[in-house]
Design a binder for this molecule. Structure first.
Ligand SMILES: [Zn+2]
Length: 347
């Protein structure tokens, strides 16, 4: 029996610890991937806290889903993959047969099997077993760390820009513009020709947001006159035509809603269970405003994201590089909000 090191969660909301476990063998339809880079992110922290599933039958569990690596074993009944293939992982365990899957909207699967790293073991490990249906091609020109960022951190912004149909005549306000999703969204919106206003708090985060490109203006979201400051930062003073919320702070949302241009689109990415944002219905009509939800990304958008980082059109915001032993403490830093860039585990 072969063994490996992995970070194991004992129960939802419990402790993460490095353990020596059995190296998994790929079952039918699965690949085993030598994990080269895995994001250690707030999305995983939310899963660790039981925010996606709190089913006690699913623990102990190896978390981690935003990863890239090299196929090192191929299970039975798998076509189209070989040992040595570079792959990036898709987060959702989808059925492949429902109407949504058939039309390519894999993030809307109606026979949803849950999340990789939640409903089955993930990639905080030296080796990970991944359904072949969740393995997507990683171009040679992308590093594994860039692939790990692309898996969710760039793919989610690509999906947001599709949902909001971002174009060259838009000004996109990104709430949380220095964050993992925000920083890459600022870049992807810029590729479509849009102006971007990046809102965040604290000087070093605002300065970081502005490094994403010449099309970006940073605005401090903690200002008392935030709505007016947003309007002033848009090129013609009309306010943003698209607002994307990656934070879920209700005071900030109200200010952004006030600043939204006529005909604007408001996109929500946050999944707080206990917060409600409910402007008066009249305001939707008067502004012809749209409120749009955006959920992760399709498989096609993950492939596109990997190509954007591979050819340098999007710069992956890689922060700390971590060993398995660093992961439990890094989750404590995520909880405290004391990280910059995306932490990348290189097991
Ligand atoms: Zn489906």
């Amino acid at each position: 029996m072969s063994t490996m090191n992995a970070v194991v969660l004992d129960e939802w909301g419990g402790a993460l610890a490095v353990e020596t476990v059995e190296r998994p063998d790929p079952g039918p339809g699965d690949l085993r991937v030598d994990v080269r880079a895995c994001g250690v992110t707030r999305t995983v922290e939310n899963a660790v806290q039981g925010g996606l599933s709190a089913d006690p039958d699913l623990t102990p569990r190896v978390p981690g889903h935003e990863f890239a690596g090299v196929v090192d074993a191929v299970g039975a009944d798998v076509d189209g993959f070989a040992v040595g293939d570079r792959v990036v992982a898709y987060f959702y365990l989808t059925c492949g047969r429902c109407d949504a899957c058939r039309r390519g909207d894999t993030n809307q699967c109606t026979d949803f099997g849950g999340w990789y790293g939640v409903d089955r073991d993930g990639a905080y490990a030296e080796s990970a077993v991944l359904p072949a249906a969740n393995a997507l091609p990683l171009p040679d020109a992308a590093s594994f760390a860039e692939g790990a960022v692309a898996a969710d951190g760039v793919a989610t912004p690509v999906h947001v820009c599709e949902r909001a149909d971002v174009r060259d005549d838009d000004t996109v306000l990104v709430l949380g513009g220095a964050g993992r999703i925000g920083y890459h969204l600022v870049q992807v919106a810029g590729l479509r020709g849009a102006h971007v206003v990046a809102a965040d708090v604290v000087d070093d985060r605002l300065a970081h947001a502005e490094t994403a490109g010449d099309h970006v203006t940073a605005v401090d979201a903690s200002r008392d006159d935030f709505a007016a400051a947003i309007r002033d930062a848009t090129p013609y003073g009309d306010g943003p035509s698209v607002v994307v919320d990656t934070v879920g702070d209700l005071d900030t949302l109200r200010e952004a809603w006030t600043a939204l241009e006529m005909g604007g689109r408001f996109v929500s990415l946050t999944t707080h269970h206990d917060r409600t944002f409910d402007p008066p219905m009249k305001e939707y009509v008067v502004k012809e405003a749209s409120f749009v939800g955006s959920r992760y990304a399709t498989k096609d958008e993950v492939v596109r994201a990997a190509r954007l980082v591979a050819d340098g059109r999007v710069e992956a915001d890689v922060g700390d590089r971590l060993a398995l032993a660093d992961v439990p403490d890094y989750h404590r830093r995520l909880r405290a909000g004391r990280t910059a860039g995306m932490g990348v585990l290189e097991p």
